[in-house]
Design a protein around this ligand. Structure first.
Ligand code: NAD
Ligand code: MG
Length: 395
């Protein structure tokens, strides 16, 4: 069998590296077509040495000439492409079978959408792309005729628990409820009066998962669960009333599907993204992900609680956006991206994140998400609105 050709968008990130770790175990099944990075040229060079892709893409031109020279000097046949348009080219190239969408934020939308339109098998980690483009993205997947495999651990779990032969984007038969689990992040028990002084380092110290900075902050505010709620509505063609968020601090059950007959199916595993990545790559086959067996005795007990919307206002804001639909999720996501970046840059405090998103959402002009242009315009407008609020909340 000819190996599948894989493009990894966001190869130098946490998901990108975990994907390469799985691919490295199965060279007979997969070969790397393209690896992309925003500006980490050194890391990208190292990945090119190890995986010999046909193309490497660097979005930021700084460091590109040094990288091109290094590739040449080392006798690597990898060709370097520069700029955001090159992301689209390596996502939709006819040689490509599967595209791992692992860029962080709405910046990943154009190449991920291009992969869907081109009928690729899209492995979706980049939840923001789906949240922003919503039904337009799902429509692109249908038009393209490829497949959409959820990689976010919760959605991969839900997908695995769906009826046999289930295809993402269709309403699942016989299902009563989707139960979306979340750990509650590092501040589940923290005294709320001390949250104002939280540092980026504290917010990024997730108790169970090691991830990129943006999603780590989103996990602390639980905006991550909110984005995942919207993601689940879209992936599984389910209204907000059909999804429930449950706090499960151990991160062992990655989500559950409750059926009409009272059966509840769950997917369990160690908190390691190589599992959903391997499941997505090989589905419906199974391959070794290099993950050790879950030790239930060592885990001991699994606990559950209801989420607190007072403690996690970002979760409430996201559920409200899910209810409003249309362009509301695009506004929510853009405001969150601006606020989280400002928090990570120490320009605003932690509690300014929900405050800014709330104010942006109150001023949002919410039309239906009719076209990609409308979505991109909403994204730009929301970013401007959030940026304008930053000085008011300056740390
Ligand atoms: P990360 O910050 O570790 O990596 C992000 C990658 O995207 C890097 O390769 C970076 O070079 C690239 N990138 C950043 N900005 C870019 C831009 N403007 N244009 C092009 N490329 C850009 O992030 P991550 O933790 O790997 O997360 C990636 C995506 O996967 C996010 O959407 C996140 O929500 C989702 N996700 C991550 C995890 C996890 O465990 N890390 C779990 C579930 C879902
Ligand atoms: Mg997740």
């Amino acid at each position: 069998m000819k190996p599948d050709q894989i493009t990894i968008l966001g190869a130098t990130g946490s998901i990108g590296e975990s994907t390469l770790a799985v691919l490295a175990e199965h060279p007979e099944r997969y070969s790397v077509y393209a690896l992309t990075a925003h500006r980490q040229a050194d890391k990208l060079l190292d990945q090119c040495r190890r995986f010999r892709p046909r193309y490497a893409v660097l979005v930021d031109s700084t460091g590109a000439s040094t990288l091109a020279a290094a590739l040449k000097a080392e006798g690597l046949s990898t060709e370097l492409l520069v700029g955001a348009e090159a992301l689209v080219a390596v996502a939709e190239a006819p040689e490509v079978d599967q595209v791992m969408a692992a860029i962080v934020g709405a910046a990943g939308l154009p190449p991920t959408l291009a992969a869907a339109e081109a009928g690729k098998r899209v492995l979706l980690a980049n939840k923001e792309a789906l949240v922003v483009a919503g039904p337009l993205f799902m429509e692109a997947v249908r038009r393209g005729g490829g497949a959409l495999l959820p990689i976010d651990s919760e959605h991969n779990a839900l997908f695995q628990c769906m009826p046999p032969g289930y295809v993402a984007g269709q309403p699942p038969a016989g299902v009563r409820k989707l139960l979306l689990t979340g750990s509650g992040g590092p501040f589940r028990h923290r005294d709320p009066t001390t949250l104002g002084a939280v540092t980026p380092e504290e917010a990024c110290a997730h108790p169970n998962w090691s991830m990129g900075q943006k999603i780590s902050v989103d996990s602390a505010t639980m905006m991550n669960k909110g984005l995942e709620f919207i993601e689940a509505c879209l992936l599984f063609a389910t209204p907000p009333s059909g999804i429930e968020v449950v706090i499960h601090p151990e991160s062992v059950i990655h989500s559950l599907v409750a059926y009409e007959d009272g059966s509840v199916l769950a997917q369990l595993g160690p908190p390691d993204m190589r599992t959903p990545i391997a499941a997505g790559l090989s589905w419906p086959d199974r391959i070794d992900a290099g993950v050790s067996l879950l030790d239930l005795v060592a885990v001991g007990s699994l606990t559950f609680e209801a989420p607190s919307f007072e403690r996690f206002p970002c979760l409430a804001l996201a559920l409200a956006a899910a209810e409003r639909g249309g362009l509301a999720p695009a506004w929510l996501n853009a405001a969150n991206e601006v606020a989280v970046a400002a928090f990570l840059a120490r320009r605003i405090g932690y509690l300014a994140i929900p405050a800014i998103i709330d104010r942006v959402m109150k001023g949002a002009t919410l039309a239906p998400a009719e076209s990609l242009d409308a979505v991109l315009a909403a994204d730009r407008e929301a970013r401007r609105a959030a940026e304008a609020l930053l000085p008011i909340y300056a740390a």
